[in-house]
Design a protein around this ligand. Structure first.
Ligand code: GRF
Length: 202
């Protein structure tokens, strides 16, 4: 049977992308087939090249006002899109081409600490200044609003009294690394069994 081809969209260091690539290396049914980035110098691009995974650098105009790279993704036979540190909003055209097949990871317990501008250290600083006792991660489907799609998975961790944004970020990253690839795999297996039953991924 044909493999499911994932595209990982990432614009940062790419530590989650790295874990996802490692998890699916040699997998019989799922392959990371493409890394997509909006930054030509993103760390994730060297991770892609070290792992012989093709990459695509995208431009704002084409993404938001052109074809949203749907043709390129379809011609690379991409079936599923995973956002891992990708900050642009996903345009309608791409959402329609991949219905319920785009997921994201957010470094907090949504619906708290989500939305435009809530990324990276901004999230952790807000969590600390509100004196939260716990934080965590949320893996969710992507829709046309930042961080508002249906939740797939959450995991929690403690916020310590002496935490800084950096120490909390480290704990959250560990949670992400331990869970994201596994949740991608289980989500794809649910989609795959639905496809076998109905003949369609949708
Ligand atoms: C992660 O914390 C993720 O939650 C967020 O962006 C960050 C990406 O980190 N969406 P990395 O580039 O994978 O290290």
């Amino acid at each position: 049977m044909a493999k499911t081809n994932i595209a990982v969209f990432a614009s940062g260091a790419g530590s989650n992308a790295q874990k996802i690539i490692e998890h699916f290396a040699g997998h019989t049914g799922i392959r990371v087939a493409l890394v997509v980035s909006n930054k030509a110098n993103a760390g994730v691009l060297s991770i892609a090249s070290k792992n012989n995974i093709p990459s695509l650098i995208i431009e704002k105009d084409v993404f938001f006002k052109g074809n949203a790279y749907v043709d390129e993704l379809k011609s690379a036979s991409i079936n599923f899109i995973v956002l891992a540190g990708f900050l642009w909003k996903i345009p309608q055209r791409l959402l329609e081409a991949y219905p319920n097949k785009i997921i994201n990871i957010h470094p907090a317990l949504l619906p708290k600490y989500g939305g435009k501008g809530m990324y990276g250290h901004h999230v952790h600083e807000a969590v600390l200044s509100n004196k939260e006792k716990e934080s965590g991660i949320t893996i969710h489907y992507v829709n046309d609003k930042f961080d508002e799609g249906e939740h797939i998975f959450q995991a929690k961790c403690e916020v310590k009294e002496d935490d800084t944004a950096e120490s909390l970020a480290k704990r959250i990253h560990e949670l992400e690394h331990a869970n994201y690839a596994k949740i991608i795999e289980s989500t794809l297996s649910v989609l795959g069994s639905r496809q076998r039953r109905t003949g369609s991924y949708d």
